[in-house]
Design a protein around this ligand. Structure first.
Ligand code: OAD
Length: 231
């Protein structure tokens, strides 16, 4: 449950990336196994790929959706620690996620902005209507005019105004499990006035922009950081 009690504590923004879900059994984009069936992710996650070979793009997301819904995939200790931070911190805690999975929601988090869309939703190609969808989706789904509700390369991120507002009012910025190679997310660290901490198993393209770094598994280290923050 999200609370907002009012205190001298600053609002917090947390940016999450594929690394936070790695220990839940979802593969990251750019590490080992970051390729899919011999394709670079960029080559199947773009409007031109969908025009050229829609079946390939549908299949890519169908496999990822099925994997997300498999019994073994569940929120890990880092997702749960984020939910605890939202419940117990007395100021606003906003999660901006690049992830299209629903593991923050399954951990009980609220105030989650899915800037790159959501795997468990589909969008109508003509009307833009978005609906929840847990099954495969292809060119014959419903009236045949539906696509994954995912932001592809070259498309605008979702909820840009809400993201801007959250970043402007934040006094602490935390970044968990992102390689810092995809903009605009990789530039968010420059938009927050207060300190910033990066959590990653290794240094990234944007490490030098942070005030501090915690190197190691997010599931192991982030809960310890939350304990310290809440003390
Ligand atoms: P990447 O796969 O590029 O990077 C994952 C990051 O997580 C790497 O820096 C890893 O070192 C780190 N990592 C892996 N396991 C970790 C762990 N257990 N604990 C902490 N860190 C860990 O994923 P993103 O940066 O999220 O966009 O990718 C950004 C965007 O590029 C994605 O949202 C997607 C992709 O193409 C779209 O689909 C639009």
């Amino acid at each position: 449950m999200c609370r907002h009690l009012g205190s001298n504590r600053p609002p917090i923004v947390i940016l999450t990336g594929a690394g936070i879900s790695a220990e839940s059994g979802l593969s990251t984009f750019r590490g080992d196994g970051g390729l899919w069936a011999g394709h670079r992710v960029e080559d199947v996650a773009s409007p031109s790929a969908f025009e050229r070979d829609p079946d390939l793009v549908y299949e890519f997301y169908n496999l990822r959706r099925r994997n997300l819904l498999s019994i073994d995939v569940k929120p890990n200790a880092a997702h749960k620690a984020l939910e605890r931070l939202q419940s117990e911190w007395s100021e606003r805690v906003t999660i901006i996620t690049q992830n299209v999975d629903d593991l923050h929601e399954r951990a009980g988090s609220c105030n989650v902005i899915h800037m790159h869309g959501e795997l468990l939703k589909i969008r109508h190609l003509d009307s833009g209507e978005v609906r929840s969808w847990n099954d495969d989706c292809d060119g014959s789904t419903l009236d045949g005019r539906w696509r994954p509700h995912i932001v592809w390369f070259g498309e605008a991120i979702l909820e840009a105004a809400a993201i801007s507002e959250a970043l402007m009012s934040a006094g602490l910025f935390l970044c968990i499990g992102t390689a810092g190679q995809v903009y605009p997310a990789a530039g968010f660290v420059h938009e927050v006035a207060g300190p910033s901490v990066e959590f990653n198993i290794q240094g990234t393209a944007i490490s030098k922009s942070f005030s501090a770094a915690v190197l190691g598994s997010a599931a192991e280290h982030f809960p310890i950081f939350v304990d310290a923050l809440l003390k």
